[in-house]
Design a protein around this ligand. Sequence first.
Ligand SMILES: CCCCCCCCCCCC(=O)SCCNC(=O)CCNC(=O)[C@H](O)C(C)(C)COP(=O)(O)OP(=O)(O)OC[C@H]1O[C@@H](n2cnc3c(N)ncnc32)[C@H](O)[C@@H]1OP(=O)(O)O
Length: 194
Amino acid sequence: MSATNTAVQPPADAAAPVRHPEAPAPGEPVGSHYANCFGCGPDQPHGLHLAARAGEGVDITAEFTVRPEHQGAPGLAHGGVLATALDEALGALNWILRVISVTGRLETDYLRPVPVGSVLHLSARVTARAGRKIYATAEGRLDGPDGPVAVRADALFIEVKVDHFIENGRQEEIQAVMHDPDVRRQARAFEVNP
Ligand SMILES: CCCCCCCCCCCC(=O)SCCNC(=O)CCNC(=O)[C@H](O)C(C)(C)COP(=O)(O)OP(=O)(O)OC[C@H]1O[C@@H](n2cnc3c(N)ncnc32)[C@H](O)[C@@H]1OP(=O)(O)O
C-alpha cells in the first residue's frame, strides 16, 4: 500500500505518451547519456552501471546488481542507492520520448529488503505527458523480471533544454562534453527532433 502525492499523478487532461519514431528498437540498448553519470556511465568507477534496453512501448528495462559497496544495513542495499537505480531507469525514458528531462519529484516505496548480490530487475514506463511534465513509474523486482516487487517509484520529470546543463553545470565538465562532437550531436538531435 502506498500513499502518493498528487504531484506525481497525471491530471485528468494529460495526454497519453507517444513512443518517438526514432527511439531505439525494442530490445536495443538505449545507451548512456553521459559517460561519467553515476547511474549509467560506463566510465564512472563508483557508479551503478545501469544499461537500459528499450521496451515495445514508452518503456525500458534494466538490471542492477547490488554490490557490497551499495550496502546500507549489513548485507542489504541502501535505500538511497535503490532510489538512484529507479531514478536512472526513469531517466532512461528520455531516449524513448526523445526529450531531455530531469527529475522534479521522485516518490519511492520500499516493499522488500534487497540483499547484496541480488539482481534488481528494473522496468520503467511513461504514463502521461502534460506540457513539459512527464509522468512515469518504475519498479524493481527480485528473482527475475516476474519476481516480487521490492521497490517502486512514481515520478514527475520536467522537460528542459540542453542549456539547463550548460548554464547550471560546473564549467570543467561542461567544457569537456561540449568538445565531444558525439555528445553535442546527440544533445542537439534531441532538441530539433521532438
Ligand atoms: C545532454 C543530455 C543530458 C540528459 C540528462 C538526463 C538526466 C537523467 C538522469 C536521471 C534523472 C536525474 O537524476 S535528473 C537530476 C536531478 N534533478 C534536478 O537536478 C532538477 C533540479 N530542478 C530544476 O532544475 C528545476 O526545478 C526544474 C528544471 C525541474 C523545473 O524548473 P523550471 O524549468 O523553472 O520549471 P517550473 O516552472 O518550476 O516547473 C514546470 C512545471 O513543473 C512543476 N514542477 C516542477 N518541479 C516540481 C516538483 N518538484 N513537484 C511538483 N511539480 C513540480 C511546476 O509546478 C510547473 O507546473 P505548471 O505550472 O506548468 O503546471
